[in-house]
Structure formats: C-alpha cells, structure tokens
Design a binder for this molecule. Sequence first.
Ligand code: 5GP
Ligand code: ZN
Length: 117
Amino acid sequence: MPTTSDDCIFCKIVAGELPARIVRQDERTIAFMDIAPATYGHTLVIPRNHTRDLLEIEPEDLQAVAVAAQQVAARASERFGAAGINLINSCGSAAWQTVFHFHMHVIPRYNDDPLRL
Ligand code: 5GP
Ligand code: ZN
C-alpha cells in the first residue's frame, strides 16, 4: 500500500477517489492529464507514495518517475507530434509548487506554441 496524506488531491487520484485521465501506470507511479494543460498533452507523473517534494522523495520513486516521464514524453512525440518536451518539477512555494505531492510535469512543445516559461 502506498503512503498517503489525508488532504492530498493527488493521493485521492492514486486511490481512485478523484477522477483523472490516467495514461500510464506501474507499481510505483501513475501519469495523468493535467486538469489545466499548459499545452496539448500536458501530463503529470507522480509516485504512488505521498512525498511532499524533490527534497523528500525516495530515490527509488524518483527513478521510477523519471523512467515513466521518459515514456510519456516519447508517447507525446509519437501521438501528438510534439516537436519538443519540457520536463519540469517545482519544489517549494517559492518555485510555484502548488500541489505538495511530488509531481513531474511532462509538457509537449510545438513549433511556435505560445508557452513562455
Ligand atoms: P505545480 O504548480 O504544483 O507545479 O503543479 C500542479 C499541477 O496540478 C497544475 O498544473 C494543476 O493544473 C494540476 N492540478 C491541480 N489539481 C488537479 C486535479 O485535481 N487534477 C489534475 N488532473 N490536475 C490537477
Ligand atoms: Zn499525496
């Protein structure tokens, strides 16, 4: 069973208590579409275990998230014709983290898309 936090929305997605469009899952991670996509295909990859941020996540979970993010990125290139990918993790509110369950953004990029980071 994954470690959970009672008032965490991503833990609720892991538990199936909140709906999400899940695109990939394995023993340690799930990947689902961002509710407010920055570009077409914007996906979040999270560990099933609740950990707050980059400074707290266990190395095994971080490794599993990285491998999952690479596969999600490859799929975005193939399926959506993305011309590039941004992988982004925000750690701490000063870095604009808003959900305090570790997550990696996989943001497909398209030639001349308007997103500025
Ligand atoms: P952060 O700002 O912490 O780096 O990213 C949090 C991300 O989670 C945002 O891109 C936001 O749109 C997404 N998000 C917040 N709540 C939900 C939700 O309930 N479902 C999904 N699928 N994404 C969410
Ligand atoms: Zn959580």
